[in-house]
Design a protein around this ligand. Sequence first.
Ligand code: NAG
Ligand code: NAG
Length: 436
Amino acid sequence: MDTIRYTLVFLIFIHVVFTTKADYANFENDEVWQKRAKEANSAARQAYQPNPMSVTDNLNNRVHRSVEGRNNTRRDLKNNIFGACMATNPIDQCWRCQKNWDKNRKKLADCVLGFGRKATGGKAGKIYVVTDPSDNDLVNPKKGTLRHALIQSEPLWIIFAHDMTIRLAEELIMTSNKTIDGRGAQVHIANGAGLTLQYISNVIIHNIRVHDIKKGNGGLIRDSLNHYGQRTQSDGDGISIFGSTNIWIDHVSMSKCDDGLIDIVEASTAITISNSHFAQHNEVMLFGASDSYKKDQIMQITLAFNHFGKGLKQRMPRVRYGFVHVVNNLYTRWEMYAIGGSHGPTILSQGNDFTAPNNPFAKEVTKRDYATESVWKNWVWKSEGDVMRNGAFFKQSGNPKHKFASDSMIKPKPGKFASKLAKFAGPLKCIKNKEC
Ligand SMILES: *[C@@H]1O[C@H](CO)[C@@H](O)[C@H](O)[C@H]1NC(C)=O
Ligand SMILES: *[C@@H]1O[C@H](CO)[C@@H](O)[C@H](O)[C@H]1NC(C)=O
């Protein structure tokens, strides 16, 4: 009896160790976290779109309208003549190139497209100005710091008083209904731990630089006004999204983190990553971390108008189980492979521009990086309108006869437009009273 019981305990222990990432090992016995997990679960079910093609079609439609419908407006005429502010995709055209952007910051929240389309961040709340880059007290963070802003219960639109580099002493555990808006300052989150979005919803992260993120040691960290707890080591992801929904990451640059740049795991969904620039990193984006975690089928993620640049090796993204719309991105580097998947994800790759690196072994966009044939069989995926340069090629995986409901699909803007659509990927230099 006892042996069996110990074996069971041991097996459960193994299960926990190998299916959750280091960050999160300590929350399982904590009532507060258990309640949040439950709420996150129902938020994800609500956010899930049973007909994902309606979202992909809508985005493609908007791109067509934005590229074709822009030749007769005054603003465009001016832009073309003076080479001034130029917004080249429908997300940017919604808010950029307006002199009063600083007085009208929350306009941004109306602009997201793709699966993260419902993210409004802190739109309903006050503006919070971060004035202090320090991060010295993880349990009672000082007023004016980013950590203090991000643990508040109310919705907040967080901006920065001046240029700053924030070195996080440990992972920063965010709360729901927040916007981090780095416009108007050069904001780096660097040389310390990264951002953690765990069991929360409704977040916008905009116009910041996240780089050189290190593993954290863990310890006591506050995760809301009413609660703090013991955390184990953090992995060193730039942005870690765990069981969270309605997220939009836009005009961010990311490079050189100890673990992934962006990891999306544990049944997170309704996420858009757009206009961002990625460089100098091995494992760029992991969507679904565990072979056995089938709940990641709920993942729906859009990657649009991003630039995958210098020094990148693999996982742009690497997907298990979920649905990912990879559309109108510019890929100028991958040393191993660009897109990969296993365990039945659906990857719709449309209108991307892939320029293969000069490495003859790395021209394949898709890769079976370690899985066996049987788990790859169900990989459903389609490439449409992608441009292949320098010998880049796709390797057919999955069932070629899969019906993709393609009859009702709106064709993407072709890949030759991707470099224009992603032209302003990464943080923008926004100056008060000037077009951004
Ligand atoms: C813009 O120009 C294209 C090609 O010249 C044309 O087909 C399209 O109708 C124009 N759009 C508008 C809104 O005028
Ligand atoms: C976030 O805001 C929404 C809408 O105002 C609200 O219903 C929800 O409870 C908020 N979430 C949290 C965790 O405070």
